[in-house]
Structure formats: C-alpha cells, structure tokens
Write a protein that binds this ligand. Structure first.
Ligand SMILES: NC(=O)C1=CN([C@@H]2O[C@H](COP(=O)(O)OP(=O)(O)OC[C@H]3O[C@@H](n4cnc5c(N)ncnc54)[C@H](OP(=O)(O)O)[C@@H]3O)[C@@H](O)[C@H]2O)C=CC1
Ligand SMILES: CCCCCCCCCCCCCCCC(=O)[C@@H](N)CO
Length: 297
C-alpha cells in the first residue's frame, strides 16, 4: 500500500515494487491522477509479464479515522493483507516563520504527521494479527533532520514522524515488522515543482546543497533499504553524512551504518560547520540584497 502513489516519489515506488512482483494499492485524493497512475503501473507489470494487480482508493489520509479504517478494510478484502506500507503522501510549503499561517502549519502537521500515524495504526493492527511480519516505511525528508530557512513547520512535521517511527520500531520488533524512515533530498517531482513556485530564494539555495535527485533513484533506494530492514534510507553524499551525524538514539539495524556512526560522527560534525557557515552566508547575502533593493526603491 502506497500513499501518495499517484505522483512523484510514491508513483516511482509503485513502479519499482511492481517490477519486483508485488500487487499494489495506491492511495491519494485526486481520482484522475490515480486512474492514470494505475494504468501506468499496470503497463509496467504487463511488460514484464507480472501477474500483480493494481487497485486505487481515493482517500484523504488526514480525513476521518472511520474513512481510513474502511479504506484499509476494503483494500485488504480485495488484495489480501498489506505486507508493506509506504507512507509517502505529504507536501511542503516554504514560508518565512512570521508569514506562516496557523492553517498551513496545521495542514502540514495533519498530512505529514497525523495522517501517516492514523493509517499506520490501522495497517499495523492487521499485520500483528497475521503474525507473518511486514514492513512499514515513512517518507520524512532531509529537512526532518535539521531545521532550515523557510521550513519551520515543514521540518517540524517531518521530524515528528521520525520520533514516532523510532518508538514504533521498538514496539514492532517482536512482531517481525520492520520500520524504515526515508530522508529524500530535493527530488524532481510534480510536488517539488509546485513548492518551488512560492519558495524563498534562501530555502532554494540551502536545499541545493544536498543536490537534486530523480524520484526513481530515491524510490529504488527506499525499497532496497526497507526490504533489508534498514532503519534509514537516503541518497547522495550529503544524505549519508546527515543521517550518520543525526543517528542519535535511533535503532541499530546493520553493522556498516553503525560503524560509520561510531567513527565518522565527529568528522561529520566538523564538516557540518562548513555547511552551516555557507547557509549563514546565503541568508546574510539575501538579506543585504533586500535592504539594498528597498533603499533604491
Ligand atoms: N520532492 C521532494 O523534493 C521531496 C519530497 N519529500 C516527501 O516525499 C513525499 C512525496 O513527495 P513528492 O513525490 O514530491 O510529492 P507529489 O506532490 O509529487 O506527490 C504527492 C502525493 O501524495 C498525495 N497526497 C497529498 N496529500 C494527500 C492527502 N492528504 N491524502 C492522500 N494523499 C495525498 C498526492 O495525491 P493527491 O494530491 O491527489 O492527494 C500525490 O499522490 C512527501 O511526503 C514529501 O514531503 C521529501 C523530501 C524531498
Ligand atoms: C555533515 C553534515 C552534512 C550536512 C549537509 C547538509 C545539507 C542540508 C540540505 C538540506 C536539504 C533539505 C532538502 C529538503 C527537501 C524537501 O523536503 C523538499 N523539497 C520538500 O518537498
């Protein structure tokens, strides 16, 4: 089951798991985008002669618990128990702190945090009863590992889901259900194009430090990592440094990541000083530019 499966990273995940033989349930709100995604994923399956099925449900993950619960029941009635849940639906709006409306703050928390929590509750109940195990994935963001200019509410919503996932990881261990958090950098998706229309220049320039990736690449890494039971998944050098530096009290799922955290955290903290310095320079430069523009007006 993939929320946000009709676009961007979620749609790429759908193609990826379809190629590996899975049947897929896509969840999003807009029906015509869902229909289009269903056809595309079916095509991927038929090209490889896979006999998986693709179904979709139009549902708002931040909607009523009753609707979410019914959606999960219906999905499982037709395609069987959910083995893998990928919480990808979400959105970002960048705005200077004092310009953020309470409505937008609430919307980001509802869709990026509360929605995935509620849906995961519904799915996990089923996974536990079936006792065969399962995989839960939350798509956070590199901006969930640090707060950055313009992303106060967004970063908070994406950080909140990480702490929740940590707790859930501990709870689900005995049930053979793994939990993975994915931290994408900027990724070339329809959602990214939309957020860029209103993004402050500072947010844009700071985010660029981690590069721009293709959704297919983020999706493949997400599926590979989560099927291995890895706690975290990311792409790129900055992604590696950031997840290593921010490992904190997160679960230890593989020796290589643990060793990297033990031996490289000090070094990466030093490296972070250079990034932070360059971010401060961006913010100060743009601030000065604005002041000068005002003066000349
Ligand atoms: N692209 C990027 O640069 C990055 C993205 N991310 C995260 O990755 C995830 C996917 O992003 P991306 O692929 O860019 O986004 P897109 O906007 O391209 O796709 C978002 C998907 O989520 C669905 N969706 C949004 N809100 C809801 C809702 N309330 N209920 C159900 N479905 C919903 C959308 O469908 P519909 O609107 O029809 O409901 C769509 O299918 C997000 O959580 C985002 O925060 C993280 C880091 C970087
Ligand atoms: C050793 C320390 C290394 C530090 C590297 C720091 C790099 C920080 C870059 C932050 C990138 C944030 C991208 C957010 C993308 C996102 O979530 C939006 N596009 C939403 O869609």
């Amino acid at each position: 089951m993939i929320t946000g499966g009709s676009s961007g990273i979620g749609l790429s995940v759908a193609h990826d798991v379809a190629r590996r033989g899975a049947s897929v349930t896509l969840v999003a709100r807009n029906v015509s985008r869902l229909e289009k995604a269903q056809q595309e994923v079916e095509l991927t399956m038929s090209k490889l002669s896979m006999d998986g099925k693709v179904q979709f449900f139009s549902s708002d993950i931040s909607g009523s618990v009753k609707n979410i619960s019914e959606m999960v029941k219906n999905a499982e009635a037709s395609l069987g128990p959910v083995y893998m849940l990928i919480n990808c639906a979400g959105f970002a709006r960048a705005q200077k702190f004092e310009d953020l409306s309470p409505d937008l703050m609430k919307q980001m928390l509802d869709i990026n945090f509360t929605g995935p929590m509620v849906l995961t509750q519904e799915v996990v109940r089923g996974m536990k009863v079936q006792q065969e195990g399962g995989v839960v994935v939350f798509v956070s963001s590199q901006a969930g590992l640090l707060g950055l200019y313009g992303f106060s509410a967004y970063s908070a919503s994406k950080a909140a889901i990480v702490r929740a996932a940590e707790a859930l990881h501990m709870e689900l261990k005995p049930h053979n259900i793994s939990v993975t958090v994915c931290y994408p950098p900027d990724t070339d998706t329809p959602g990214f194009v939309e957020e860029n229309q209103t993004k402050p220049i500072e947010t844009k320039l700071i985010s660029e430090a981690a590069g721009l990736f293709k959704p297919e690449e983020v999706a493949k890494k997400l599926v590979d990592d989560s099927l291995c039971g890895a706690w975290s998944s990311t792409v790129g050098l900055e992604g590696f440094m950031l997840t290593t530096l921010c490992a904190g009290m997160g679960p230890i799922t593989d020796a290589a990541s643990f060793m990297a955290q033990v031996f490289l955290s000090g070094l990466f903290r030093s490296v972070s000083a250079f990034y932070l310095w360059s971010f401060t320079r961006i913010v100060e430069r743009e601030h000065k530019k604005r002041l000068e523009n005002k003066k000349s007006e």
